[in-house]
Design a binder for this molecule. Structure first.
Ligand SMILES: [Zn+2]
Ligand SMILES: [Zn+2]
Length: 398
């Protein structure tokens, strides 16, 4: 029994994080005060690079424009595990009033990617210290431009999956609806495939008092938006979650003119490939039907975005067991899937992966992501670093 206890890394991981926690929080506050939008994370990437250099971890910068990749070699050969953090901020004016609030007007780390970047630096420090015990390699992936700008695709295009080839991947995101110190997982599809469409309806303009001499694109647009509501309610299986949202209708200029054209923009979120195909086919068919029914010419530009993020049990189960071993069984709970999207899904599409939910809520607050007053509990940095380090050690135990 005593031998088992002495091999238990719980205390070693906790102490390794406790030694650097103040420094991690200082780094987080520095990054928070200097937010950068996607593909502009030059200063942030510089902070990451200098921290990795200080730890003696070799790295490559400029992967996917502003991405950074660090490599930790274990003491024995084994698999290659990627752990991914994102670094970009959002175009939001911060209202938190914190002493380390954004110094840049209109820019803020409101999705907690400053927390992610710093957490992964904490993981880097712990795993570098414990490298002799690891069988394999840890690839630390600091990704730019997660917020809809294609940062993961840019890193993949620059070869992040190879040299050495990644065998499995861990991602994570902070969740203010869960208290710091708690963690969550979703089995199977966890985040949605996220697609977009732009539809242009073209009719014939004229005087509002003589509608019979025109072809009105606005009434056609109104009917199409209503018909699109039947895609989820009457075409996609009720067992497959899906959303079709029209977020913009633009057309016309004033009271007494029927315009030539109108534009509809929307997004489609699905968790299953079949639902994704059915929704696209139905939207294209209903759009095409506007010509026959309403005499308007319709062009649709339907673009598939990030795929569904599917958590793989082969990574999820050992990772969840590792977090429970570090913090106790009650620290990790199953959480519902969401129809938000994440480009970590592109990595998860290529290798078995799991995205851990890291509680970041402060007692007495009810924060939301992408909110101008978001104040995550900074304890989640050290706790997240412990959880991910333990998960990496279990996944690379050989
Ligand atoms: Zn976000
Ligand atoms: Zn985010």
């Amino acid at each position: 029994m005593s031998e088992i206890r002495s091999n238990d890394p719980t205390n070693a991981i906790r102490q390794a994080v406790e030694r650097i926690e103040d420094h991690l929080i200082a780094v987080r506050r520095d990054i928070h005060a200097h937010p950068e939008l996607g593909f502009q994370e030059v200063r942030t990437a510089g902070v990451v690079a200098s921290e990795l250099a200080r730890m003696g971890i070799p790295y490559q910068a400029g992967i996917g424009k502003t991405g950074v990749v660090g490599l930790i070699q274990g003491g024995r050969p084994g698999k290659v595990l990627a752990i991914r953090a994102d670094m970009d901020a959002l175009p939001i004016q911060e209202t938190s009033g914190l002493p380390f609030a954004s110094t840049l007007p209109g820019l803020m780390h409101a999705c907690g990617h400053d927390i992610h970047t710093t957490t992964l630096l904490g993981v880097a420090a712990v795993l570098q210290e414990m490298a002799p015990q690891l069988a394999g390699t840890v690839k630390l992936v600091f990704q730019p431009a997660e917020e809809g700008l294609g940062g993961m695709q840019a890193m993949i295009d620059d070869g992040v999956m190879t040299g050495p080839d990644i065998d499995m991947a861990l991602g994570f995101h902070n969740h203010p609806d869960m208290p710091a110190g708690t963690f969550g997982y979703t089995r199977g599809p966890g985040l949605a495939a996220s697609d977009r469409f732009d539809i242009v309806l073209r009719g014939k303009s004229g005087h509002a008092a003589y509608p019979h001499t025109t072809i009105d694109p606005l009434i056609a647009a109104a009917m199409l938006v209503t018909q699109l509501q039947t895609v989820v309610s009457r075409e996609v299986s009720p067992m497959h979650p899906a959303v079709v949202t029209v977020g913009a209708i633009q057309g016309g200029t004033t009271h007494n003119i029927i315009p030539d054209s109108c534009v509809i923009k929307g997004t489609v979120r699905t968790l299953h490939p079949r639902a994704r195909d059915i929704a696209q086919a139905a939207i294209e068919r209903l759009t095409a039907g506007m010509l026959e029914g309403m005499r308007v010419q319709c062009d649709i530009d339907y673009r598939r975005g990030t795929p569904c993020l599917v958590n793989d049990d082969r990574i999820l189960d050992p990772a969840v067991a590792a977090v429970r071993a570090q913090f106790g069984d009650a620290s990790v709970t199953a959480r519902e899937a969401s129809l938000g999207g994440e480009d970590f899904a592109l990595m998860a599409e290529r290798v078995p992966s799991f995205q851990l939910k890291v509680g970041s809520g402060q007692p007495g607050r009810s924060d939301k992501l992408h909110n101008s007053a978001y104040q995550p509990d900074e304890a989640c940095i050290g706790l997240g670093a412990q959880a991910l380090s333990r998960a990496a050690m279990v996944l690379l135990a050989g």
